[in-house]
Design a binder for this molecule. Structure first.
Ligand code: HEC
Ligand SMILES: [Cu+2]
Length: 341
């Protein structure tokens, strides 16, 4: 017969306490960019309000069960020189009825609370002031504003305090649209529209990402929700509705030429140019975006240069192939694309 040393009880007990403790502290840290525990909109708040009681119920069950287990292990463990056999019992009807009824009641309570949250989520989004189409692509997000005629990528601008309806779909595989601080996940399914809504209560930038494994660059399929004051939002809309003017400097003109005569036009739209391809993000106002490559890089001249000259080493496997170009062409393209505000 093997004997179990006391120290492994201590280790087990420590693990049982320390692990959940770490999770708790990590989850509550206030300034994490992506967390469901700090909420900035009613949709996320309703879900978090449901998570709280369920979490504490589960914690209660955990403490009671583990407590009884530890009590039994320590109180009734085998001691040196004591070879007694404990009384052999088979079944205890009141106990078994008890541990069937208590979890059943807990589950019924959780079901009732969940249905209630779903009802509230449905009701609160009934009067959206605007509708935006969210389309998942391998591995970036397209945002279309049908009422405004705006198409952009990876940065979803919304006015603060307004209920925004989102029609979520996909052009290729199943993705999942998730902005943890604002709303729950919704699947983006090809050929099917899933409706959701969100509202941001404070202006700011909320990080989001694809939450459904969708291929090699799933982890780099990020986006930002940029919630702006009504005035800032209106200014953004007005700017996005303009058609970019003629390029000004010589370098920008050369960039425009490289774009219009190269492979780019087969995959990218720039209004007022031969670019009509829709495989890649719409670049009409690319210069006004803060990020590039689905939120993975700041949209600086240096990063854009790297992206153009060797996109496959920046984001391996992404659906923009490396396009042969000279150093000067790449610099010209950077100047041109950044002039598109
Ligand atoms: C075969 C299609 C294809 C061609 C050709 C192509 N691109 Fe792309 N491009 C894409 C795709 C797809 C993405 C999105 C990649 C991602 O983020 O996963 C992209 C992303 C970009 C981005 C970043 C956009 C953003 O908002 O993140 C820029 C800028 C860009 N392409 C410029 C160009 C230029 C300039 C050319 C021509 C030299 C070009 N592309 C040629 C498909 C293409
Ligand atoms: Cu995805």
């Amino acid at each position: 017969m093997t004997t179990v040393r006391g120290s492994s009880y201590v280790r087990t007990a420590l693990l049982a306490v320390v692990l959940p403790g770490l999770l708790l502290v990590g989850g509550c840290a206030p300034d994490l960019p992506q967390t469901t525990l700090v909420t900035n909109g009613p949709n996320a708040r309703l879900i978090n309000d449901l998570f709280g009681p369920i979490f504490w119920m589960a914690t209660g069950v955990f403490v009671v069960v583990e407590g009884l287990l530890l009590y039994a292990v320590f109180r009734y463990r085998r001691r040196a020189g004591d070879d007694r056999i404990p009384a052999q019992t088979h079944g205890n009807t009141p106990l078994e009825i008890g541990w069937t009824i208590v979890p059943t009641i807990l589950v019924i309570v959780i079901v009732a609370m969940t249905f209630n949250t779903q009802r509230e989520l449905g009701a609160a989004g009934e009067a959206p002031t605007m509708r935006i189409e969210v389309i998942g692509h391998q591995w970036w997000w397209e945002f279309r504003y049908p009422d405004e005629g705006i198409v952009t990528a990876n940065e979803l601008h919304i006015p603060v305090g307004e209920v925004v309806a989102l029609d979520v779909s996909s052009v290729d595989v199943i993705h999942s649209f998730w902005v943890p601080r604002l709303a729950g996940k919704v699947d983006a399914v090809p050929g099917h529209i899933n409706e959701m809504w969100l509202r941001a209560d404070q202006a700011g930038i909320y990080f989001g990402q694809c939450a459904e494994l969708c291929g090699i660059q799933h982890a780099l399929m990020r986006f930002r929700v940029i919630a702006q004051s009504p005035a800032d939002y209106a200014a953004w809309v007005a700017q996005q509705k303009t058609v970019p003017g003629e390029p000004e400097t010589e370098l920008e003109q050369r960039g425009a030429e490289v774009f219009a005569t190269g492979a780019c036009i087969g995959c990218h739209v720039i209004e007022g140019t031969p670019g009509t391809g829709v495989t890649g993000p719409n670049l009409t106002h690319f210069g006004s975006r803060t990020t590039l490559g689905a939120g993975i890089l700041k949209n600086t001249p240096g990063n854009l240069y790297k992206w153009l000259i060797d996109t496959q080493s920046v984001k391996r496997g992404n659906l923009m192939p490396n396009v042969e170009m000279t150093d000067e062409d790449a610099r010209a393209l950077v100047a041109y694309l950044h002039s598109l505000k």
